[in-house]
Ligand binder design. Structure first.
Ligand code: ATP
Length: 331
């Protein structure tokens, strides 16, 4: 007999607003995973994912994203700490919670010899709660949702990687979901495939589904997400609305000039730090002084200034400011 928690693991609970922390879809407290070999993959994680957000879970390879997702989905037990998904404790409430969650983790498991449509029919048939009488309609709607109607009759092995990812998303969307969890959904895709998945994620989110997606690509998070958490070496560095995270960091002073060498020399004389010379100019840490004076010094020294100003900080600037390291985008 399955043990029931005092908090209740009734499937109906996950579908109502009686979730303990209303408005929060994922909440972890001091969530920690140490693997048997001693590797501390996730270290005291406090994550708060607001309902309705597109939440980017950002970190370099090996920073603990997949391990966290596996704990959230009840696939592995935390060493310590707690995780709640849709207000329910995981992994205890896995069976009650997962029907409300669409997940795409480590690429979809597809049968190459079956068509896209037949793959979805199989998926749907494997769901004991899915009514067989409405199966074809459900599958057609999911295919339409991800733009695969025209290719529905093709064998899945003939699909591009992007189409396979979209088919995996269609499988996750056969039932209405309150939460979508996507582990590196654009990994390995070409730019066109990436654009397709990103616009699909935005569309899904506009219907009110909370989307939690992991990525090691900063610009992807900036383009798609409303909120983000940044991980490094198993620890949470920061989390919050993307606009606020980037605003917390200082931007860069950017001087556009055909004389970058001279510009750099003058700026250095003026005490400006962290100079980076490029073909089109110089960037630097913005100094705490009147910028007009700096511009005047450049012009007085004969530097031809085409552009001068402080660029808005990116999430990358925030990451560098918080960790003191560059963001490793390898992989
Ligand atoms: N089953 C395991 N046994 C031992 N160590 C593991 C295991 N799974 C992951 N790790 C280690 O835990 C750390 C975090 O890995 P994890 O896969 O969670 O990172 P990630 O941010 O998802 O990176 P990636 O994008 O490369 O998957 C890594 O150092 C990894 O080697």
């Amino acid at each position: 007999m399955e043990e029931r928690s005092a908090e209740g693991t009734d499937p109906s609970v996950a579908g109502t607003a009686s979730a303990s922390a209303e408005g929060t879809v994922i909440a972890t407290r001091a969530l920690t995973k140490r693997f048997r070999g001693g590797q501390l993959a996730v270290d005291g994680l406090d994550l708060t994912v607001p309902a309705g957000s597109v939440f980017g879970f950002l970190g370099p390879n090996g920073s603990g994203k997949t391990t966290t997702i596996r704990m959230l989905m009840g696939l592995i037990e935390p060493t310590s700490g707690t995780a709640r998904v849709l207000g329910q404790p995981m992994p205890r409430a896995t069976r009650a919670v997962l029907p409300h969650v669409g997940a795409l983790i480590e690429g979809p498991a597809l049968y190459g010899f079956l068509s896209g449509r037949d793959n979805l029919l199989r998926y749907d048939a494997a769901d004991p709660t899915a009514d067989p009488r409405t199966r074809r309609t459900r599958v057609a709607a999911a295919l339409d949702r991800v733009g695969l109607t025209a290719a529905a009759g093709k064998k899945a092995k003939a699909y591009s990687l992007g189409m396979k990812q979209r088919l995996g998303l269609a499988a996750a969307l056969l039932q209405p979901r309150r939460l979508l969890v996507l582990d590196e959904p654009t990994n390995g895709l070409d730019p066109q495939g990436m654009r397709e998945i990103r616009s699909l994620v935005r569309e899904l989110a506009s219907d009110g589904t909370t989307v939690f997606l992991s990525s090691h690509l900063l610009d992807e998070i900036e383009q798609v997400c409303t909120h983000a958490a940044v991980m490094a070496q198993g620890r949470l560095i920061t989390q919050g609305p993307v606009a606020e995270l980037a605003a917390g960091a200082r931007g860069r002073l950017v001087v556009t000039t055909p004389d970058p060498g001279d510009a750099a020399r003058v700026l250095k004389e003026q005490g400006v730090a962290d100079l980076v010379v490029t073909e089109t100019g110089v960037s630097a840490e913005p100094p705490d002084r009147e910028l007009a004076e700096l511009n005047a010094a450049l012009v007085t020294a004969g530097v031809r200034v085409r552009g001068f100003g402080v660029e808005r900080a990116s999430l990358e600037d925030a990451f560098v400011a918080l960790t003191g390291e560059g963001f490793d985008v390898a992989g």
